[in-house]
Write a protein that binds this ligand. Structure first.
Ligand code: BES
Ligand code: MN
Ligand code: ZN
Length: 498
């Protein structure tokens, strides 16, 4: 889908379908009023009759009939005006694009982007509209023997704003498009089955990104990991026939010596639990255990599309977590690249084992900040559900920066404690510490484990176990937190430009 920005009065803009909002109950939005005037009261009469009441999520298509000067008009219910906030705005755009895809219109004019959302500006509305529209259009059918060929006609979506407030509207469009493409890549990688999306496949995808978007690629092989002493990452890979990979992609958009932001994504392409085997129910969803990695690759693509004036490095430790005769046993003790020893009491707590060596590996870049992204704990799903990702940080300023990026991108996170008191749960009688801390505060103790490898930089950790994918009928990757990460980096670039 292609996007553009339009100003001008809605009744004068030619379009295959003009989309306007109606509040509950029966109050026309400004664009709807302008259309109503041009149609000599058709819309207000229709609403008065009770044929459309503006209920949130409802739509009504008015095709061209005698007297209708427009090709098509789509009415979209906005719900009560007093409740029209971020969620209602996004749902209205979602309903509009879904309805447009049922029509034969090739291009449409969306006038919902002009509606005021409390605390938000037009730039926000533009970025969100692009992301939501691309989300509605997303399909994953490449593994079907007969993909559905009946593609909707809709190709172009023009977004109307009341007045072009300058460069920030254009930048908002660029960021929306880049983010949406990054999310699409992250979803595709997440949705691919684990027999296709292996560590080697992820490395190939990174190589393709490097070629198409002028990124620099480096891939460490198992023997390199051995040489570097990455005992924790290697311990997870032991049970698998698939060779592990440590992938690094760099975008050098900033000054040559400017310290980079490093993103590290958990890339477990399938998590069986290892010898601490998981129960069978829903184990298929552990193909999504590389969604942190996918979000890093998606964000690197977005950064390159936006050509941000920053240095950014994406690091992906990738391996399967499998049982087998050579697999790591509960009780095994390994030495991490940092030199600290870990007693692996549960082989299912593998995410932190691959991340800790990737974090030590990141030290060589002397990063401005490190953010790791991981489907790390079931406990985080219990704490925050599927709305917010868990946020941990060893730097208050970075914590606020990530939080506001999440709020601005509507890809929200909630801060969790990293207090020393929790570290006691990781005590081991035999090694420096253990890789699990028992049932209480499982998401916190996982983060506390990682904090022991973040002493040399400013660091934030996102536990995305509840937000990276959906289960049930809508099973599939969400592309989160690509919006947060892209906004975090774009905001840093904007601050630099001032
Ligand atoms: N990938 C899982 C976390 C997970 C589980 C995310 C279910 C989403 C849904 C992770 O590797 C894991 O297995 N964590 C364990 C840790 C425990 C053994 C300390 C967990 O959360 O149960
Ligand atoms: Mn696990
Ligand atoms: Zn896992």
């Amino acid at each position: 889908m292609e996007f553009s920005i339009k100003t001008g009065s809605p009744e004068k803009l030619k379009s295959g379908c003009t989309v306007v909002g109606v509040f509950a109950t029966r109050e026309l939005s400004p664009s709807a009023r302008a259309l109503d005037k041009a149609m000599r009261g058709t819309l207000s009469a229709l609403v008065k009759r009770g044929d459309f009441d503006g209920k949130a999520g409802s739509t009504l298509l008015l095709p061209r009939v005698d007297g209708n000067v427009f090709e098509r008009v789509l009415l979209v219910g906005l719900g009560p005006e007093s409740e029209f906030r971020e969620k209602a705005y996004r749902e209205a755009v979602r309903a509009a694009v879904a309805a447009l895809r049922e029509t034969a219109a090739r291009e449409a004019l969306l006038c919902l982007t002009e509606l005021p959302v409390a605390g938000r500006n037009q730039a926000w509305a533009i970025t969100q509209a692009v992301m939501v529209a691309m989300e509605v259009a997303y399909r994953f059918d490449r593994m079907k023997s007969k993909p559905d060929r009946s593609a909707p006609a809709l190709r172009q979506l023009a977004l109307r704003v009341s007045a072009r407030s300058g460069a920030d509207i254009d930048a908002a469009l660029v960021q929306g498009v880049a983010t949406a493409h990054g999310m699409r890549l992250a979803k595709d990688l997440g949705n691919l089955p684990p027999n296709v999306c292996t560590p080697t496949f992820l490395a190939e995808q990174a190589a393709q990104l490097a070629r198409s978007h002028r990124l620099k690629l480096e891939v460490l092989e198992q023997r390199d990991m051995q040489r570097l002493g990455m005992g924790a990452l290697l311990a997870v890979a032991r049970g698998s026939r698939q060779p592990p990979k440590l992938i690094s992609l760099s975008w050098n958009g900033g000054a040559r010596k400017a310290p980079p932001v490093v993103l590290i994504g958990k890339g477990i392409t399938f998590d069986t639990g290892g010898i601490s085997l998981k129960p069978a129910a829903e184990m298929d969803e552990m193909k999504f255990d590389m969604c942190g990695a996918a979000s890093v690759l998606g964000t690197m693509q977005a950064v390159a599309m936006m050509k941000l004036p920053l240095n950014v490095i994406g690091i992906v430790p990738a391996t399967e977590n499998m049982p087998g005769g050579n697999a790591t046993r509960p009780g095994d003790i390994v030495t991490t690249m940092s030199g600290q020893t870990v007693e692996i009491l549960n082989t299912d707590a593998e995410g932190r084992l691959i991340l800790c060596d990737a974090m030590t590996w990141a030290e060589r870049h002397q990063p401005a900040a490190v953010i790791d992204i991981a489907t790390l704990t079931g406990a985080c799903v219990i704490a925050l559900g599927h709305v917010a990702s868990g946020l941990y940080a060893n730097d208050e300023e970075l914590c606020q920066e990530v939080r506001s990026a999440g709020h601005n991108a509507w890809d929200r996170v909630w801060p969790m404690p990293l207090w020393e008191d929790y570290q006691e749960q990781l005590k081991s009688n035999f090694a420096d510490f253990a890789n699990i801390g028992g049932r209480p505060a499982g998401s916190v103790t996982a983060a506390c484990y990682l904090a022991r490898f973040a002493r040399k930089f400013s660091w934030a950790h996102l536990d995305i176990a509840g937000t990276a994918w959906k289960s049930g009928r809508e099973k599939g990757a969400t592309g989160r937190p690509v919006p947060l990460l892209t906004e975090f980096l774009a905001a840093r670039a904007r601050a630099r430009a001032q």
